[in-house]
Design a binder for this molecule. Sequence first.
Ligand SMILES: [Zn+2]
Length: 230
Amino acid sequence: MSTLPLYHLQQIDSRMESIENELSLLLEPLAEEKGFQEVSYSYERVEKKRKEAERLQKAAEMELSSIESEKKAVEKKLYSGKVTNSKELLQLEKEIQQIQKKRDVMDERILKGMETLEQLEKESSFKKKEMEAAKASLEIAQKNREGEKTNLVQALDELKRKRENQLQAINLEWIDLYLSLKDKKDGVAVAKVENQACGGCFMEVPGTLIQKARSLEMVTCSSCGRILVM
Ligand SMILES: [Zn+2]
């Protein structure tokens, strides 16, 4: 029986192992996931600020309108002709001046609030676009990853079938030897002889062993114990 099927089995197993590694890497979170989370969080923070600024602005506008009503009421009283007492008239004028001061303060606040709100609106719409772009990238990355995963799983299934076939061509004794070597030798039980050296441990292989390996006999490396094939 030829030892070559063992070498093919080794190739299949190595490939399967590397695919399994690739698959396990695909379980890691996507970089795009983190990017999307960061910009979403950033957008939410700006939106929160924007909503708060909007709320304050509405409250200030309501206050202004109540100040205006207050002023109108006092002015109405002042110009109604019903108040004739000069002291009382003076008092009403003073009141109007005070209300006007409050109004000026409120006007200033509303103006500043408007600037703040505009700034936050711009920022929020920018962040929203950023978030949408990040979401699109994430979706593409997720789709790509799914595709990669499908391909790897398919390749793995294909290799499993090949492995089953390969096992049919090898006697059980050799399979046992192969499996126990594979466990001990970091997954590599079969080594090619290249330049008269073992491809596993790189030690020189004596000519007699090379002869045997060439005639497809079962030969193991005298240093590392791996099965040698030519
Ligand atoms: Zn060796």
